[in-house]
Design a protein around this ligand. Structure first.
Ligand code: UT7
Length: 328
């Protein structure tokens, strides 16, 4: 019997209209366009300005776009996973808000927290639900309103992040789809990248607000070192496990945190730059949304049978890679 495989049948996205340029950031912190572009590759990012709208709004729009691309209705969806570190609320889950708004009445829904690796963890989770035969159609969404936890007085972090959502529909198939994945976690006691307050360890109080502890903090240099190693190592690991050479890979789909990390990964994989999806210049680091945003931007260039390596590294620490054969 041919095993069930999980194949991507639809890709969608949502980008807020507001474009925040590097120039604008120069008016908030001591920085400059040249520094940001040369150190990160970022020129601009999108910001969800409407104070009434949160991550669920972007996730909902991306979900509708993906369903439309797949040509299926919301009622057909069995499960919804939203990967995010900026949920609307600690609970209820953002995935449930999306489920209600899009009318996915037959789906159960939950959030998954794995920071920048969130979309890959969610995609492999959704894939296993389909491979097991428990679900036939799963909506996997990566969505983050990073501007809600970015400190716009901290020049080491505020230049990096943007807001967006990306989504894919996974369905049962026999040809291609998710072939393999490798995920790693190294619980980070030192907290190189984290949000100090707002959880059960350090609940919101006047003190935490005063200390700006509800904003994300990052030890950029340490994370950079770990990310450069981790993303390349895990990409090579998945290639070796599946006997893939650089020539066999049609596209590297990397998390967009820093252009220098992406370049180093491609070099170690032996992949030409023209086979690497890069859109960090336009959107910055949108955390769980970067990889589906890439799939969306490149979807017209993808051909059936293309070997894709998706790779990410982020807070947690978490990192991973997925080997996917494009089947749309
Ligand atoms: O997606 C989740 C995972 N996150 C990542 O993968 C991010 C990893 N880290 C990075 O991408 C980089 O470390 C950053 C982009 C955050 C920083 O780049 P860097 O080349 O590592 O810079 P640095 O931290 O070593 O700082 C170099 C200098 C410092 O000045 P001094 O000490 O040399 O005088 C910083 O104070 O650049 C200074 N600096 C800035 N200057 C202008 C730091 N931020 C800025 C800024 N504008 N925005």
């Amino acid at each position: 019997m041919t095993p069930n495989r999980a194949v991507i049948t639809g890709v969608g996205r949502y980008l807020p209209d507001y474009v925040m340029t590097n120039k604008e950031l120069e008016s908030y912190v001591e920085t400059n366009d040249e520094w940001i572009r040369s150190r990160t590759g970022i020129s601009e990012r999108r910001i969800l300005k409407d104070p009434d709208k949160a991550t669920s709004h972007m996730a909902e729009k991306a979900a509708i776009d993906a369903l439309d691309d797949a040509g299926i209705s919301a009622e057909e969806i069995d499960a919804i996973i939203v990967a995010t570190v900026t949920p609307d609320y600690m609970f209820p889950a953002t995935a449930g808000l999306v489920q209600k708004r899009i009318g996915a009445t037959n789906a159960y829904a939950f959030d998954l927290s794995a920071a920048c690796s969130g979309f890959l963890y969610a995609l492999s989770t959704g894939g296993m639900m389909i491979e097991s035969g428990r679900a036939k159609k799963v909506l996997v969404i990566g969505a983050d309103k990073m501007s809600s936890i970015v400190d716009f007085t901290d020049r080491t972090t505020c230049i990096l992040f943007g807001d967006a959502a990306g989504a894919v529909v996974l369905e049962e198939g026999t040809d291609g789809g998710i072939i393999d994945f490798v995920h790693h976690t190294e619980g980070d006691e030192q907290c190189m990248l984290y949000q100090p307050a707002g959880g059960s360890k350090n609940p919101a109080s006047e003190e935490t607000v005063k200390n700006r502890e509800h904003y994300l903090r990052q030890d950029g240099r340490s994370v950079f070192k770990k990310a450069t190693e981790g993303m390349a190592d895990v990409s090579l690991e998945i290639m070796q496990r599946n006997n893939l050479s650089g020539d066999d890979v049609a596209w590297l789909v990397p998390h967009q945190a820093n252009l220098r990390i992406i370049d180093a990964t491609a070099r170690r994989m032996g992949i030409d730059k023209d086979k690497v999806m890069i859109n960090i210049e336009k959107y910055g680091n949108t955390t769980a949304a970067t990889i589906p945003l890439c799939l969306y931007d490149w979807k017209d260039q993808l051909n059936k049978g293309d070997n894709l390596v998706l790779a990410a590294f982020g807070g947690g620490l978490t990192w991973g890679a997925i080997y996917l054969k494009w089947s749309k």
